[in-house]
Write a protein that binds this ligand. Structure first.
Ligand code: FES
Length: 105
């Protein structure tokens, strides 16, 4: 691990309800934060296909479906699981500490 990684405090764990992603803006990043089975996941909020905001999409298990054209991604890997999306979604390593959600970028 290089010393250049920076940690960004995103929100309280309590703000992230299971099944309901939230949108968090942190510096230049606009992120979607998800909770599934007590685990927190963080991805870019912007769909890689177009103007969709994934925090407004539909979360089913670990799959987020964009509400624009119904493309979908696996929030664990960012892998595309449904067209018309082609480009994987960027994901972030999230940790929880003292009730806060933190990512390393
Ligand atoms: S903008 Fe998300 S599927 Fe088209």
């Amino acid at each position: 691990m290089s010393g250049s990684a920076s940690r960004i405090d995103l929100c309280s764990v309590d703000e992230v309800e299971p099944g309901t992603p939230i949108k968090i803006e942190a510096g230049d990043l606009t992120l979607a934060v998800y909770q599934v089975d007590g685990e927190i996941y963080v991805t870019d909020d912007a769909c890689t296909h177009g103007p969709g905001s994934l925090s407004e999409g539909y979360l089913d298990g670990h799959i987020i479906e964009c509400d624009f054209h119904n493309g979908a991604f696996d929030i664990r890997s960012g892998e595309v699981v449904a067209p018309p999306c082609m480009i994987p979604l960027k994901t972030y390593k999230a940790v929880t500490e003292n009730g806060r959600v933190i990512i390393e970028v």
